[in-house]
Design a protein around this ligand. Structure first.
Ligand code: ZN
Length: 106
């Protein structure tokens, strides 16, 4: 781990992360936690997992209304989605948002 070179300001599926890689793995650093993704092997083994505990990672999707109208809380009704990495073992239950499984389809 010590030799990893972290690149800041990257995005993985809408999640803002730092990314590092080795020949075999991608590493995603998110809010102090690290998630690891294998570059090889069957699809179902390429779902990122929590570096600390090995639990398969999930994402939390939060939607935030965009108030782009002229008055407070007015506008088009548009929402924007924000995504966060989530480990169901290490992280507390999120207070808002929807927990989604990560699907790898390639
Ligand atoms: Zn964990």
């Amino acid at each position: 781990m010590g030799k990893l070179k972290w690149e800041p300001n990257k995005q993985w599926r809408g999640i803002f992360v730092q990314v590092a890689e080795t020949e075999q793995h991608f590493f995603y650093k998110y809010e102090g936690k690290i998630f690891v993704q294998s570059k090889t092997g069957p699809i179902n083994e390429r779902i990122p997992y929590c570096y600390a505990c090995g639990t398969e990672a999930k994402v939390v999707e939060r939607t935030v209304p965009i108030w782009d109208g002229p008055f407070p809380c007015s506008g088009s009704g548009r929402v924007e989605s924000y995504f966060a990495f989530y480990c169901s073992t290490c992280d507390p239950q999120p207070s808002s948002g929807t927990i989604r499984d990560i699907k790898i389809n390639k």
